[in-house]
Design a protein around this ligand. Structure first.
Ligand SMILES: Cc1ncc(C[n+]2csc(CCOP(=O)(O)OP(=O)(O)O)c2C)c(N)n1
Ligand SMILES: CC(=O)[C@@H](O)[C@H](O)COP(=O)(O)O
Ligand SMILES: [Mg+2]
Length: 641
């Protein structure tokens, strides 16, 4: 284990108050040490490195100029907040980032008073900031509110909804646009091109000229102050940007790594006392760490790595990832069906749409962080005869719920939703768990929902989704690698609403939906060793339910137990409802459902998270004996706690 870098100045900074006591000219050294500490920490934990490296100077400058935590600092997404955590009293735990019982990888209110707003999903910071500005005004509190949002996150509608509102309210809000010309992948879209033009196409004007324009809005004492800092703020201009049309006072572009630029500009913004201000800071993702600067993804999210070489310690997979199986299977379908198109909302590599895009660039759309638009765009494609696969992680699809209901489901449009990251995802924790999609999609009339029990099943589901054109259809699968089953040459078209028996047994029936199938089979083995042969069925469909299969399991077993990687209100609830309605509980059948706990589960490895939630083989066995009773356990020799 590394001893950590030499950081004599950083060692004196426990909180932002210590930082504020430092003279400006010590801050570049602090930035160097903070960067070294960040690299060393993330080399041991893995996590989001590139974004944090890009905001080291910005983080220092903000805490130096503003009186945090009284002044509110809101990081959009929050994946860039590790330097902020180091400077705000959490350095001693920084090497626990994203681990079980460790620091969250994002901002989190419960973790620190310096995190006034939790995040992890993007583009919320301006809205939340505006709310805080108003809360302060209404309560007569004097405070600054600063939202830092990336250029990628600026593609989402919410950012504009908030600016529209802030401009109208003439709110005293400061927005820092952290423009590193990167999302996870290089950013797409006209807005991104606009920002690039703002940076490259305009000549910076002198502060003297700027002051003339500023005088329209800024009090005189600020003009005088600003004039004094002319040598530092040549990159200060104003006039004619989209942001100004929205009612913001635009400042920039400025060099987001140059503290001599950042500090006076932030001080001016703090003291301006005018309506909303947008500071356009240009930064570099991965700044100051050569392997990150050179990487195509600028080290957005990394495994543990060797600091000297940058080589990441990625474990050799035993099976292809679900993401890859999805991407490859879709390519296969698209080869024979020219209506197949793929959509991602800024997650090309995470969803496997990147490899589809390599094969079919003209049939692939990265719409930026814009899940709502992605869904309605897919609806439009489907309305006019295409077969859109709108690939969005379970957690991010939450944002587009009304679009799924209103634009897709009500119109019965055949949009296909490949839903990656179903269930627990591990280190990203609560905010990224794919918990709710079965529940929130399952209540929609006409929706077909499948869940893959293994990677071969996923291949069948991609084929099935391509063939099914009668209405909306979703299929979900977990993060990470498959279970290592033999893969078919090509997927089969599954019969809609039909599950399958995977293992025949007696007294107990386990009906699994999705990625817990392997654990269900392991549980059945354990139960078998206690003389309790268990049937295991793979439901394949959460909607429509396989009434015949459920009826058969209910009639021929003493206990029926469902297992899923989804929240309460999902598959287990649908099965329970069906059992009631069909009178299948009238003859003494015992029914239990295992689902994700009804609380937001903190990060750990997915295996640990499932074990803690009673959703591993042991948990299933325990639930079986819990339902059958102590007597049964004693007779079979099983030990249950
Ligand atoms: C609603 C939503 N969609 C997708 C993501 C996944 N995501 C996390 S960071 C990121 C890129 C953000 O780019 P930017 O705001 O420019 O920040 P940078 O990483 O460049 O600092 C994306 C797409 C997310 N967090 N939230
Ligand atoms: C911050 C964010 O939302 C993404 O970077 C996310 O961490 C990606 O997760 P995956 O690694 O599962 O793609
Ligand atoms: Mg960016």
């Amino acid at each position: 284990m590394s001893m950590g870098p030499d950081t004599p100045l950083l060692d004196t900074v426990r909180t932002p108050a210590d930082l504020r006591a430092l003279p400006d000219d010590r801050l570049p050294q602090l930035a160097d040490e903070l960067r070294a500490e960040l690299i060393d920490a993330v080399s041991q934990t893995g996590g989001h490195l590139g974004a944090g490296l890009g905001v080291v100077e910005l983080t220092i400058a903000i805490h130096h100029v503003f009186n945090t935590p009284h002044d509110r600092l809101i990081w959009d997404v929050g994946h860039q907040c590790y330097p902020h955590k180091i400077l705000t009293g959490r350095r001693d735990r920084i090497r626990t980032l994203r681990k079980e019982n460790g620091l969250s990888g994002f901002t989190k209110r419960a973790e620190s008073e310096y995190d006034p707003f939790g995040a992890a999903h993007s583009s919320t910071s301006i809205s939340a900031g505006l709310g805080m500005v108003e809360a302060a005004r209404l309560q007569g509190i004097e405070r600054n509110v600063i939202s830092v949002i990336g250029d990628g996150s600026m593609s989402a509608g919410m950012a504009y909804e908030a600016m529209n509102n802030a401009g109208h309210m003439d709110a005293r809000q400061i927005v820092i646009l952290n423009d590193n010309d990167m999302s996870i992948a290089p950013p797409t879209g006209a807005m991104s091109a606009y920002l690039a033009r703002l940076v490259s196409g305009r000549t910076y004007i002198s502060l003297r000229e700027a002051a003339k324009q500023l005088s329209k809005r800024m009090p005189k004492f600020i003009q005088d102050k600003a004039r004094k800092t002319e040598e530092y703020t040549r990159a200060f201009f104003s006039g004619g940007t989209l942001f100004e049309e929205l009612g913001f006072f635009y400042v920039g572009p400025i060099d987001g790594h140059n503290l001599d630029h950042l500090l006076p500009v932030l001080r001016n913004a703090r003291d301006a006392g005018v309506g909303p201000i947008l500071i356009h800071a240009i930064t570099q993702k991965g700044k100051g760490y050569a392997p990150a600067e050179a990487a195509a993804d600028k080290y957005h999210g990394v495994a543990k790595f060797d600091v000297i070489t940058g080589a990441q310690a990625k474990a050799k997979p035993n099976a292809p990832s679900y993401t890859k199986v999805f991407g490859q299977s879709l390519i296969q379908e698209a080869e024979t069906d020219d209506k197949v198109v793929a959509i991602t909302a800024a997650m090309p590599s995470g969803t496997g749409v990147d490899i589809f895009g390599d094969a079919f660039p003209g049939r692939t759309y990265d719409v930026g962080i814009a899940e709502q638009h992605a869904v309605t765009f897919a609806a439009g494609l489907a309305a006019d005869g295409m077969k859109p696969f709108c690939a969005i992680y379970s957690t991010f699809l939450q944002r587009a719920y009304d679009q799924v209901v209103h634009d897709v489901a009500i119109q019965k449009l055949p949009v296909r939703f490949p839903i990656d990251r179903a269930g627990f995802v591990g280190s990203d924790g609560q905010t990224h768990a794919g918990s709710f999609d079965i529940a929130y999609l399952g209540c929609l009339p006409g929706m077909v929902i499948m869940a893959a029990g293994d990677e071969a099943e996923l291949k069948h589901m991609v084929r099935t989704a391509t063939a099914y054109d009668e209405g909306p259809l979703a299929f979900r699968y977990p993060r990470g690698e498959g279970v290592g089953v033999d893969m078919p040459e090509r997927g089969e078209v599954l019969e809609i609403g039909r599950g399958r028996i995977v293992r025949e047994g007696g007294k107990v029936a386990i009906l699994s939906l999705g990625g817990r199938l392997k654990e269900a089979l392991l549980a059945a083995e354990q139960l078998g060793s206690f003389g309790l042969p268990a049937t295991v069925a793979d439901a394949r469909f959460a909607k429509p339910l396989d009434a015949e299969l459920i009826g058969q399991l209910a009639r021929n077993h003493e206990l029926l137990i469902t297992v899923e990687e989804g929240s309460v209100g999902g598959f287990g609830s649908f099965v329970a409802q069906h059992l009631f309605d069909q009178g299948l509980l009238d003859n003494g059948l015992k029914y239990r459902s295992l689902f994700l706990p009804d609380r937001f589960v903190d990060q750990a490895s997915p295996d640990r998270m499932y074990a803690q939630s009673g959703l591993d083989a042991d948990g299933i066995v325990k639930a079986v004996f819990g339902a059958l009773g102590r007597q049964e356990a004693e007779q079979t020799g099983a030990i249950i706690a």
